[in-house]
Design a protein around this ligand. Structure first.
Ligand code: NAI
Ligand code: MG
Length: 477
């Protein structure tokens, strides 16, 4: 266990939980307790929202470049502490060390990206009949509530802080109970970089307690949620009662679509990584593989062979695939694999895994029917569902055949086909002959359908974190 308990960060200081309760957070590598963390409730959330409200006017009034300078310094400090942050991220989430290092780098990039945008985000002038000058201002909203999941605490935590702060909002952030530790470190680093008290507050705790209290708090001005569809629905309903705008990112069932002309040499390792990265616990995981019949057998063989060569083990040993986050997620993934057996799907899972623990081998489910839950529902493990198609028409229909629409990739050497299919796929991001492009910080990210709505990342996020005010000036006869 780490030394000392981890309190909330409210109003620029560490705060013990108002109700005196603490909860354990675990090391997924062996299930041991890693630390005791403040178990937030109504009173802690109320204190954090009050601190964020009080800090808002002065923070909003600062010139963007000043806010930007502080965000730049957060990025610098994150890089200076990269190794320690990566190790803590690995210990709390189970992810392979090099993945955690990459996440630290992306976290730093979010602060840089939004630091650079902080003094460049303005309104416009609008032509209207004389004698009027019409212009718009883009003003911050106020207190932004951010509820984030456990799969990428540093990455998602960083964007949940950097984007709203850059344009003058203050933040109350609720990390996931499974992995709150690096998010609390971000609060410390932000304070050390000069973020004033109350501008960033982190309230830890369980979803139905701290999370629900934050979502329904009448003092928030915006709510961003990343997590399950089920909870997304709940927090949106809570926000609706206060007429608070929401931005939802609820995961997906994203397809890689492989046509016969695809460069398989390039495609296979990328398709594999798309579903084994973070043990498949990624909202944008490439968890479906739609393959043209002409190359189906070859693709499945090569993918299974690639999976066999991967290593599975504790994150600190830096394998290709770490454990799942929790016993609950492990049971959930096992349930889907049992469903595959019942449906008579061909299961390929030959990678050796440690005898005990929440480890799942990279798995190919070959021949998954479009009506199956294995085709439609997020498994959140290193498990890819393969479905063959006969032509472009069927490929598009299958790609769009789930309630989700977060990401998709199209693999083809036919340029026209690539663009055509990209147009027809309902997803917030489409890749051609790739899956991901660097850390993704610069690219708008969000979903169609049950993947949610609104866009995080990129400059588009700033549209959500500001509101437009129109000013019309009469300039005389
Ligand atoms: P979850 O949606 O319950 O948790 C996400 C966040 O919401 C956490 O911070 C949690 O504390 C909070 N939360 C939970 N209940 C809440 C409530 N009633 N009010 C306010 N906040 C609440 O997700 P969970 O249970 O960890 O995972 C279940 C499934 O959700 C996964 O198997 C996966 O399919 C999906 N998921 C998707 C993610 C994504 O990146 N889009 C991330 C995490 C989970
Ligand atoms: Mg849950």
């Amino acid at each position: 266990m780490l030394e000392g308990r981890r309190p909330h960060f409210i109003g620029g200081a560490w705060r013990e939980p108002a109700e005196g309760a603490w909860f354990p957070t675990y090391d997924p590598a062996d299930g041991s307790v890693l630390a005791e963390v403040a178990r937030g409730g109504e009173a802690d959330v109320a204190a954090a929202v009050a601190a964020a409200r009080a800090a808002f006017p002065a923070w909003a009034d600062r010139f963007g470049a000043e806010r930007g300078r502080i965000l730049w310094d957060i990025a610098r400090r994150i890089r200076a502490e990269a190794e320690a942050l990566a190790a803590l991220e690995t210990r709390n989430t189970g992810k392979p060390l090099r993945q955690a290092r990459a996440d630290v780098e992306v976290a730093a990039r979010y602060f840089e990206f939004y630091a650079g945008a902080a003094d460049k985000w303005g309104g416009r002038t609008i032509p209207v009949p004389s004698p009027f000058l019409d212009y718009t201002l883009r003003e911050p909203l106020g207190v932004c509530a951010e509820i984030i999941p456990w799969n990428y605490p540093l990455q998602i935590g960083a964007r949940a802080i950097a984007a709203p702060l850059a344009v003058g909002n203050t933040v109350v952030l609720k990390p996931a109970e499974e992995a709150p530790l690096t998010v609390l470190e971000l609060a410390r680093i932000a304070a050390e970089a000069g973020v004033p008290p109350g501008v960033l507050n982190v309230v830890a705790g369980y979803g139905p307690e701290a999370g629900a209290a934050l979502a329904r708090n009448p003092g928030i001005d915006h709510l961003t949620f990343t997590g399950s569809v089920e909870v997304g629905r709940e927090v949106m309903a809570a926000a609706a009662r206060n007429i608070v705008p929401v931005l939802l990112e609820l995961g997906g069932k994203s397809p890689n679509v492989v046509f016969p002309s695809a460069d398989l040499e390039r495609a296979i390792p990328i398709i594999a990584n798309a579903v084994v990265q973070n043990a498949g616990q990624t909202c944008s995981a490439g968890s479906r593989l739609l393959v043209h019949r002409a190359v189906h057998d070859e693709v499945v063989e090569r993918l299974a062979a690639h999976f066999r060569r991967l290593s599975v083990g504790p994150g600190l040993a830096d394998p290709d695939v770490g454990p799942l986050i929790s016993a609950a997620q492990y049971a959930r993934v096992r349930g889907f694999l049992e469903q595959a057996e019942r449906e008579g799907v061909r299961v390929r899972a030959d990678t050796p895994v440690p005898a005990a623990g929440w480890f799942v081998p990279p798995t190919v489910l070959d021949g998954v029917a479009p009506a199956s839950v294995l085709f439609r529902e997020e498994i959140f493990g290193p498990v890819v569902a393969v479905t063959p198609f006969a032509d472009e028409e069927e490929a598009v229909r299958l790609a769009n055949g789930t309630p989700y629409g977060l990401v998709a990739a199209v693999w083809t050497r036919d340029l026209g086909q690539g663009h055509r299919v990209a147009r027809r796929i309902r997803a917030g991001q489409v890749f051609l002959n790739a899956y991901g492009a660097g850390g993704g910080v610069e690219m708008p990210f969000g979903g169609f359908g049950q993947s949610g709505f609104g866009r995080q990342k990129g400059l588009e996020a700033l549209e959500h974190y500001t509101q437009v005010k129109n000013v019309a000036v009469w300039w005389g006869d």
